[in-house]
Design a protein around this ligand. Structure first.
Ligand code: GTP
Ligand code: MG
Length: 265
């Protein structure tokens, strides 16, 4: 089953693997696609892929749209898989070399077709696959949870040292927290894919945060960030103060860690 949002990631990525394997047989891939997308998703996909209502064979036209969307989506799934693999290699290296678990968890998701359309509409951009590629940088998203603040910057340096990964945009919400209190390092990185005789740089959004930052963001996400009713100024202030207390604890834990193990790396 396809799910959107972080937390359903393993499925999203294993779905991706499944789709890649299924490209071995076009027929099977098409059957899989039709079953895999709900009627609501098909409406969005048709829109993005430029459905031709006047086509004499509407069935074939729908299959073309699904195919085009799968090809589009596959690039993002592959790009995320590559970044994820780099992160897993890095984690292993740190565990073996320094006996340090630099990454506690990796989560990921590809943006649902509905969210892609909503975001394009919010940005007042055309509803096409080409426009989504051009205007959205978070179709593939990976979240990395680390024990210490220093781990976040260490991972950033190691990732960006890879030839296959380039930095597109960096937002350091740890040094410059959002007014909400949100803290994380956001990197939009590009990774180059070669397929069907063309080369493209696919963006992946990586959110790096500590376990403590993640616990705050997870709670606040439901309480306020995605709460359609909104919250009062008092509640906003209190949430921001909670984030500040958590940030102080992160800094104290970092100092303790440095004093005990700082010289080892
Ligand atoms: P989105 O349209 O939400 O993707 O925002 P954006 O493209 O302007 O990027 P930004 O860096 O502001 O936020 C990207 C993502 O960071 C969001 O989708 C959330 O996952 C997370 N995020 C940003 N701000 C907050 C916040 O105040 N609270 C929480 N819980 N998460 C946030
Ligand atoms: Mg986003």
């Amino acid at each position: 089953m396809r799910r959107s949002g972080y937390g359903g990631s393993t499925e999203a990525i294993s779905d991706g693997r499944c789709l890649i394997e299924c490209t071995m047989s076009d027929k099977y891939r098409i059957v899989l696609a039709e079953e895999d997308f709900s009627p609501e998703e098909c409406v969005f996909i048709r829109q993005l892929a430029g459905y031709d209502e006047n086509c004499p064979s509407p069935g074939a036209e729908l299959r073309r749209c699904l195919n085009d969307y799968l090809v589009f989506q596959n690039d993002y799934i592959c790009a995320a898989k590559r970044i994820r693999t780099e992160l897993e290699i890095l984690e292993l290296d740190y565990r073996i070399r320094y006996d340090h678990r630099i990454i506690r968890a990796i989560d990921g998701r590809t943006k649902s077709v509905k969210s892609i359309c909503t975001k394009l509409q919010e940005k007042q951009k055309p509803l096409t696959l080409a426009s989504a590629s051009e205007n959205l940088t978070d179709i593939a998203g990976i979240r990395v949870i680390c024990p210490y603040i220093s781990d976040i910057y260490e991972i950033e340096n190691r990732l960006l040292a890879q030839d296959s990964i380039s930095l597109i945009r960096r937002s350091d919400y740890i040094c410059h927290p959002k007014p909400s209190g949100y803290r994380s390092l956001h990197l939009i990185v590009g990774t180059t894919l070669h397929s069907a005789g063309k080369t493209s740089r696919i963006p992946v959004e990586i959110q790096l945060r500590t376990v403590a930052m993640d616990s705050w963001a997870g709670l606040e996400h439901k309480l306020k960030y995605k709460n359609p009713l909104g919250v009062s100024d008092d509640v906003s202030t209190e949430l921001s103060e909670c984030a500040a207390v958590i940030a102080q604890t992160d800094e104290r834990m970092q100092r303790i860690y440095n004093s005990l193990f700082g010289k080892e790396k």
